[in-house]
Write a protein that binds this ligand. Structure first.
Ligand code: NAD
Length: 488
């Protein structure tokens, strides 16, 4: 099998420039699967200039919402037609199980179709209550040229939580995908052009974050940066974009609580505990990686979670029955195993897993469950981003609220209880952008995702996510004779 090779996608075409490449080896087999152009700041400048020209002089922002929606729907059709190819790219480059990659690409199609519907509804507000001679219009306009920076764990899905919303608003876009997993970003950009979306509207420059990512956030031609990634990189992006006083949106890390009350449907909650931490190899920002179980049911519940975790199939991500694939690279694989070591050293009780899958060429970690985890332990506090579950027992609602909120992050939290009072009380007391009850890592294009505290700010998806790509211009109109203010 020959590796896919991509040059930057600028102004509606692959630029084909002679360049050096970042090689991508499959995390499951070690085999090279793709090569992405290793961009320089000058490449980013060309892409931003193309997006700037497409916004300032091109047809896209001038089109009616109806025309933009029609093209976005055609785009969704083309993505659907290329479903298998995109799924394969995600499995090869990320190492995620194929059934989860199918879910991602299905999600992409839904996101584009939903964003198309928003293009038709873009509107502002009219104030007619300002007095007989005064009217004001809040005119909603596209924010301009947007820079999108994305991580490696859901390369297509997270990108498309941003792109179609930006396009629906009439913005033009420059994407800097993760250097590990840029393939689907390039394919999705080429499909946009094939759908009739004009040249320069969607550009992709690949390469290192510290080089092209930085060149994007510092570029004076950018009006808005929407970033998804780690909290530490997010802080750098905020600092760099502040130089040009550019608005940012930050979707950052998490350390979410998955809270099981004794009155829950415990069968569903056991499955939810597994989904919470092993979905997408545990490489998921909204993982429910801290499991809290009410003491009266904890012994039996934790035993069932550990038994089922031990049976999960770890290995070839292309196998239909694989549950957990490969960690993204060797460095991350070692980091996950170092967290496991720290948990053992700090006194957590290892119930299952806790080691790599041997012998193997890839970065495979067994599903791992630790019981008796306390708030002072490293695995309670830090985002592991791997298949490692920590279990903590609790007695009362107030106690578990304190434990769950004891985190620098605030992305998502999950509650399992059949009692609506418990669910509503928890929803109000938990500090996070998302709370889900009796389900986990669920979502829909209509529902915004956001974080609080170290998990970031700004909205992704939904009407609120769409409005991030717009701004309001206030037009204040006086009609008829105007009383003079100065008599001289
Ligand atoms: P990362 O922060 O290392 O990289 C994210 C992106 O930023 C990559 O494209 C990278 O090349 C780029 N980058 C790196 N340095 C940069 C710089 N100086 N300037 C500009 N761009 C730069 O994150 P990652 O390892 O790719 O992804 C994992 C992290 O992402 C986890 O912390 C996870 O929780 C988070 N995440 C958050 C969400 C969310 O919606 N909140 C979703 C997925 C992942």
């Amino acid at each position: 099998m020959s590796a896919r090779q991509y040059t930057h996608y600028i102004d509606g075409r692959f630029d084909g420039k002679e360049t050096s490449y970042v090689d991508r080896n499959s995390p499951a087999t070690g085999e090279m699967v793709a090569r992405f152009a290793s961009g320089e700041p000058a490449d980013m400048d060309r892409a931003v200039a193309a997006a700037r020209a497409a916004f300032d002089n091109g047809p896209w922002p001038q089109m009616s919402g109806m025309e933009r929606a029609a093209m976005l729907n055609k785009y969704a059709d083309l993505v659907h037609d290329n479903f298998d190819k995109l799924v394969r790219i995600e499995v090869e480059e990320v190492g995620k199980p194929i059934r989860f990659a199918r879910g991602d690409i299905g999600g992409v199609v839904g996101l584009i179709r939903y964003a198309a519907s928003l293009a038709m509804q873009m509107s502002g507000t009219t104030y007619t209550n300002l007095g007989a001679q005064k009217t004001a219009l809040l005119m909603r306009e596209p924010i301009g040229v947007v820079g999108l920076i994305t991580p490696w764990n859901f390369p297509a899905l997270i990108l498309m939580q941003k792109v179609p919303f930006a396009l629906a608003a009439g913005c033009t876009v420059v994407v800097k995908p993760s250097e590990f997993t840029s393939g689907s970003a390039f394919e999705l950009a080429a499909l946009a052009t094939a759908a009739g979306i004009p040249e320069g509207v969607l550009n992709v420059v690949s390469g290192k974050g510290s080089v092209v990512g930085k060149a994007l956030t510092q570029n004076p031609g950018i009006d808005f940066i929407s970033f998804t990634g780690s909290t530490r990189t997010g802080q750098t992006v905020i600092e760099d974009s502040a130089k040009n006083v550019v608005k940012t949106s930050m979707e950052l890390g998490g350390k979410s609580a998955n809270i099981v009350f004794a009155d829950a449907d415990l069968d569903a909650a056991v499955d939810g505990a597994l989904m919470g931490v092993f979905f997408n190899n545990g490489e998921c920002c909204v993982s429910g990686s801290r499991l809290f179980v009410q003491s009266s049911v904890a012994d039996e519940f934790v035993k069932r979670v550990a038994e089922r975790s031990a049976r999960l199939k770890v290995g070839n991500p292309f196998d239909e029955d694989t549950d957990i694939g490969a960690m993204i690279d060797e460095k991350h694989f070692s980091k996950v195993l170092a967290f496991v070591k720290s948990a053992v050293a700090e006194g957590a009780q290892l119930l299952t897993g806790g080691h790599a899958v041997e012998p193997s060429q890839g970065n495979f970690v067994q599903a791992t469950v630790f019981d008796r985890v306390t708030p002072s332990m490293t695995i309670f506090k830090e985002e592991i981003f791997g298949p490692v579950l920590s279990v903590t027992r609790f007695e009362t609602l107030d106690e578990v609220v304190g434990l769950a909120n004891d985190s620098v992050y605030g992305l998502s939290n999950y509650v399992w209880s059949k009692n609506i009072d418990t669910v509503m009380t928890m929803a109000k007391k938990l500090k996070s952008g998302w709370v889900q009850a009796n389900t986990i890592i669920d979502g829909a294009p209509q529902l915004p995702l956001t974080g609080v505290k170290g998990s970031g700010f700004g909205y992704e998806m939904g009407q609120a996510g769409f409005e991030e790509f717009t701004q309001l211009k206030t037009l204040f109109i006086h009609t008829g004779p105007r009383q003079p203010v100065f008599s001289q």
